[in-house]
Structures are given as structure tokens and as C-alpha cells.
Design a protein around this ligand. Sequence first.
Ligand code: GLA
Length: 380
Amino acid sequence: MTIQHESLPQTFENAFHREPEIVSEAPGRVNLMGEHTDYNEGFVLPVAIDRTVRVAAAAAADRATVRAYSGAFDARDEWRIGAPRRTGRREWRDYVRGVVWALLDGGYVLRGVDLAIAGDVPLASGLSSSAALEVAVAGAICALSGIDIEPQRLALLCQKAENQFVGVQSGIMDQLAAASSRAGHALLIDCRSLEPQCVPLPDDIAIIVVDSKVPRRLGETPYNERREDCAAAAQALGLASLRDAAIDDVQRLPEPLERRARHVVLENQRLLEAVDALRSRDLARLGELMYESHASLRDDFEVSTPELDLLVELASRTKGVLGARLTGAGFGGCTVNLVERVALAGFEAGVVERYREQADLPATMLICTAVDGLKISRLG
Ligand code: GLA
């Protein structure tokens, strides 16, 4: 387990008996709107949150070995940099090795590194601890290898690591949010062009994440099946992706492809409307769109759980809550709630405490601050 009172540089020193040169830090994310749209070349609206993965690092003495220590698992890894292999268990080591594999595959010349990893992004909660880990590790290795890399390219390589090395077919949202976000803003991403745009967040509204405490790891869910359904739906419509599907076309599809495609088409429309609502401060409309998104994820995309539905229902009955929906892939994990700051105490009583009683699960809430993406600091 992580030693709570130890600083990350201290963890590094204990693990490697030397001092780190840099700290690389990448945030988890919550998605305000646009779920299961990224791998359909649609739109997403994530916010990078003040829960991060941090990597203290130094160039290896022998230039050719990677040594890694995970504080969360109190576990180590070590291999010759040119030959990363899968463990076959989709564990933290695979994400670190996968990032090295993807950078090498991308033609980058890397030097050996020592890495100590810590962080406070909750694991298996749908807040993208994996993407934060990938981006923080990639940032550290690039900085120490003298590689100047665009955030977008770095995000794509991290996604490749997750898709092709770890074996989870995630889209690009989480890695781009971890790499490119700006404090105080949500990140509107068109997943076709990969152009990110910063959308300012209102100060008087809190973004609250509630963890249902129904854990899930993406690699153990039907996430890849949903992706296959979407690809099959696009193919049946003769399209490269569901981004180009019209709602009238979708009705021609057999079940469950019709419902899957309907979710994607309407979710993209909702997202563009949500961005307009955010920009014009029509927060009531933004909230309604969030509830519509949740219903669509529950009924058409079928990725909700009774616990997430309960959290959203309790939120909808609580004063000062503008909107709520499941966030991330679903199948467990968290909801995202937009709440008037003046109503925060009522939110805890009306949603979190009631949920604990009714679901008998130890839900936790996090009032999020929107932070910057990847940051590298030189020490000393
Ligand atoms: C996970 C994936 C993302 C995205 C969401 C669903 O977080 O990593 O790429 O597909 O699920 O919106």
C-alpha cells in the first residue's frame, strides 16, 4: 500500500537509492457529456479533475533498463527497454510497458529510466486512472529522453498502448483529457479531427462525482462488445463510422444495433446542444440534457447499473441539482452531477447519505476542480 505521509520524491529514493530528476503529473477525468461517442468519431466534453497520477523519474544509469515501482501496489518491474512483454493480466505493469512499446513503435529513441508511481485517482471507478498513468509515464519518459512531443501525438500513442498492448479498445477521450486539458475549462473534443476546444466552466456551479462503489475494470466489462456493435451498425449502414448516421437511417437496423446507434446519434446532438447551453449559461437545459443522456445510456446503450440509476434518481429529487448522469464507460463506477454551490450540503444528505442507506454501499463524493493536463516539473 502507499505510505500516506511519504512524498513522491521520497518514495523514489526509497525504491532506487538515488534522487529523481523530474515529476510528471497527469489528471483523471470526468466526462460531462458525450458517452461512447469517441470511438464513433463523435464529440466528448471531459473535465480533467484534481485527482492525478504522479511519476517521479530519473534517467537510468545504464541507459537501457526500465525500472518501475508502483506505490499503490507496492510492486516493482524491470526489463531491458527494447523488449517489453505483456504480463497477460492487464495490470499496472502492462500500462507502463505498453507506453514504452508504443513510443518505440512510433520510432522514438528512448533511454532507460527509473520511475516511481503514485497517485490519488480512484482505481476501477471510471475516472480514467489508466489514461492518467499512461500519459504521466509517457510524459516522464519523453522528458528524460529529450523528446519534444505534441500533447495530441502523446495521447494517440497512449491510446495505442491501451488498445494494442493492454488489449482494451478504449477511444481517445481519456488520454486527450489527461494530456491537453486547461484549468477552469471543459475540453470539447471532436474525435474525428481531434481538435480540442476549451469551454469555460461557470464558477457558481460545482461538478460533483459520486462513486457508486460498484467497481469495474474496463477490460473486464462488455465495453469491447459495445464497440463491436457500433462498428457493425456503421457497416450495415454503409458508413465508416456512426458519426455520419442520421436518426432516420438507424431505424432500419436490427436490434440491438438500432438502440446502440440511436444512442450514439442522439448523444452527439445532445453534446452540441450542451456546449451551447454551457456557453450561454442555460444551465437548466444543460441539466435536462444530462438526464436524457443517462436515460439513453440506461435504455439504449445498456451500460448503466441499478446503483447508478439510483444515484441519478436521488440527484433528480434533490434541490439545487441541475443534472446528473453516469460518467465514463458505465457498468459501475461514478455519476457526474452539476450542483449549485449553495446547495452542496443538501446534496450530500439527499444523494450520498440516502444512497448509502438504500444501496448499502459506501458511496463517496468528490467536488472536482478543473485542472490542467500533463505537467512536467524539474526538481532541484
Ligand atoms: C472509457 C473509454 C473512453 C470512452 C468512455 C465512454 O472511459 O476509455 O474512450 O469510450 O469509456 O464514453
